[in-house]
Structures are given as structure tokens and as C-alpha cells.
Design a protein around this ligand. Structure first.
Ligand SMILES: [Zn+2]
Length: 331
């Protein structure tokens, strides 16, 4: 049996059971009144007949709250509520995005899931949002090495130079700038910054635990802030120095170079175009897969389950008043 033959990827009832297990762990929470564990399942309820479905469709995962008598499903209060896509297709999309190291394009999702491009695009961005780390605990810490480096995306504008024609401008001024922090043997966190000026570097470094040992290249903008750390070691790429060993202390930025290489291959090969507005979301996606990677003991299925928990966690808010009797979104 392959992973793709799991029932929750095909069968809507199994998909509901799977999501309920991850979100509720056996104790349904009523989204209307917040009471835990008093709901019971309503079986074989069908939606109203329509032209398309004259006999109605089965309302999977329908529950009734023993406290406030309102009906709900696990979709309520989550991003799934806004969408009419069957839950098993959501699970397929989440799995595909979590298991593809360089990401998966909206075009590919459109073909694989047999949905419209618009739906595929929406799915991709919602799942990226789910992957976003909201806890934002400090990166690094005592006894940990934190590698920090920047990378650039996009291209420089061209300018007309008399006698030479159109020339690409030098430098990185027009390119998008990304600063990433990578814990050696741990997580990654990337920030799209407007510039590499002091205030922007300081803002990114607010994510770093000062008890860490900082490893960077020789870039000027890390020098001053580096003095705040337990230690700041640099490698001199200008002199072809990429790794330095002092006893058992290793100084390098190779870990973060590895991260950037996956990110760039993904952005060039898979996503190709990415507007400035969405860049931070793509960064969240690459950070998520890196921070929950196989080398840290997190395999594809576990990674998908973590993303799923993020999807629900992001919008789990209690509703009251006018929407109290809102029925569950139909599958
Ligand atoms: Zn209730």
C-alpha cells in the first residue's frame, strides 16, 4: 500500500475522521458555545435536495452539541469552512505541499487535484499560511550555533547607457532581500527585508537568542550586532574560507547556504514568479519544510499532520450572536 492509497485521501468520511482525530483528539469542541466533549454524531443526515443532487448529499462529520443543541462539523471556525472543496482534496493538497522539497506550483495542484487554477492558488496560499510559525520562539540559544546570511531574489533593472545600450544595473538595489537565521541542527526562519541597513538587520536579529554563537560571513552589517552574542565567528569567503575548525568548534555558513540553495531552486524552478506581496508566505513554506525535515525525525506524513494542525489553529475562534445557529459547511 502506498501513502497515496490511504483512505483519507479518497473517502470523505475517512478524511473527516482523520482531521477530527488531529484537531479534537476524541473530544469534539463545540464552536458555538465552546463546550468540550458533549457533542454526539448525527448519522445519515443529508443536505437539502438540489438540481445537481436531487437526493441531497451526505453531511459528513456532522455533530450536535449536547449543551447548546447547535450543529457543527470540524470544518467550522477553520479555513475549511470558507471552502467548498471536499476535505479529502485538502488533505491531498497539504500532503503534496509538505512532501515536495522545493514546493509545488498552483498549476501542478490544478492538474493533480483536478480543481480550477483559482482554487489551486487559494489552496496553496492557505496552506502556506498554515505553515507560518506563529509561536516565533527565539532562534538559537545557549550552546547553539546560529548561522545568519542574506540572499537576493529577482534581477536588477536595466538602464540605458549611451554608447553601450541597455545594461543591467550593478549591485543588488532592485532585488528582493531576504535574511535567514538557521539553527545548526535545527530550524530556519526567513524574513523579507526592505534593505540591509542597520535598522532592518536589528529587526531581524530580534529573532535571535543572544546566548547563541553567531556565525556569519564578513559582511559589515553583522559586526556591531555580533558583539551582543555569546560569540561571533566569521568565515572569509573573499579568501576562499568556507569552514574553519578550532578544536571541536566549527565555524561556517554552509548550513544556511544549503537552505538558500533549496529555496532558490524552488523559487526559480517551481514558482518562477512571486510578487513582493507574497514573498513572505513562500519563505514561511520553505522555513516550515526545513524546520520539520526528515533529518530532524519528521517524515512526510508527520509534516503534513503538523501543517494541518496549523490550518485549523489559525482560525479557531469562537463565534457568538447572529451566527450561533450556522450549520456546518457542506462537504
Ligand atoms: Zn455548543
Amino acid at each position: 500500500m502506498s501513502v497515496l492509497s490511504k483512505p483519507y485521501f479518497h473517502d470523505e468520511a475517512a478524511a473527516f475522521a482523520f482531521v477530527e482525530r488531529i484537531i479534537w483528539n476524541g473530544e469534539p469542541v463545540c464552536p458555538h458555545c465552546g463546550v468540550v466533549g458533549r457533542a454526539y454524531a448525527l448519522k445519515a443526515v443529508r443536505s437539502k435536495p438540489s438540481k445537481k443532487n436531487p437526493e441531497g448529499v451526505v453531511r459528513h462529520g456532522l455533530k450536535k452539541c449536547g449543551a447548546c443543541r447547535a450543529q457543527f462539523t470540524v470544518r467550522i471556525g477553520t479555513i475549511f469552512e470558507e471552502s467548498h472543496l471536499p476535505l479529502h482534496k485538502w488533505l491531498q493538497a497539504i500532503y503534496l505541499m509538505c512532501s515536495s522539497k522545493k514546493g509545488i506550483s498552483a498549476k501542478q495542484l490544478e492538474r493533480t487535484l483536478e480543481v480550477t487554477y483559482k482554487t489551486a492558488w487559494f489552496l496553496g496560499h492557505r496552506i502556506r499560511e498554515a505553515m507560518r510559525d506563529t509561536a516565533m520562539t527565539p532562534m538559537g540559544g545557549e550552546g547553539m550555533t546560529l548561522e545568519v546570511d542574506e540572499t537576493f531574489l529577482g534581477r536588477q533593472a536595466t538602464i540605458f547607457v549611451s554608447g553601450k545600450g541597455w545594461q543591467q544595473r550593478r549591485g543588488t538595489g532592485d532585488m528582493r532581500k531576504i535574511v535567514t537565521l538557521v539553527e545548526r541542527g535545527g530550524r530556519a526562519r526567513s524574513v523579507h527585508v526592505p534593505s540591509l541597513r542597520k535598522e532592518d538587520i536589528v529587526a531581524v536579529m530580534a529573532h535571535a537568542d543572544r546566548a547563541s554563537v553567531l556565525n556569519t560571513d564578513q559582511a559589515q552589517h553583522y559586526r556591531r550586532i555580533g558583539t551582543e552574542f555569546a560569540a561571533h565567528e566569521t568565515v572569509d569567503h573573499g579568501r576562499d574560507e568556507y569552514v574553519r575548525y578550532d578544536g571541536d568548534v566549527v565555524t561556517t555558513t554552509n548550513t544556511i547556504e544549503g537552505y538558500f540553495s533549496i529555496f532558490k531552486r524552488g523559487m526559480k524552478g517551481i514558482y518562477q514568479h512571486c510578487s513582493e506581496k507574497h514573498l513572505q508566505r513562500y519563505l514561511a513554506e520553505f522555513d516550515f519544510r526545513y524546520s520539520n525535515r526528515s533529518a530532524l525525525g519528521c517524515e512526510d506524513e508527520e509534516r503534513a499532520a503538523r501543517a494541518l494542525a496549523g490550518i485549523v489553529g489559525k482560525r479557531l475562534t469562537y463565534r457568538g450572536g447572529t451566527n450561533r445557529r450556522t450549520e456546518a459547511a457542506s462537504a
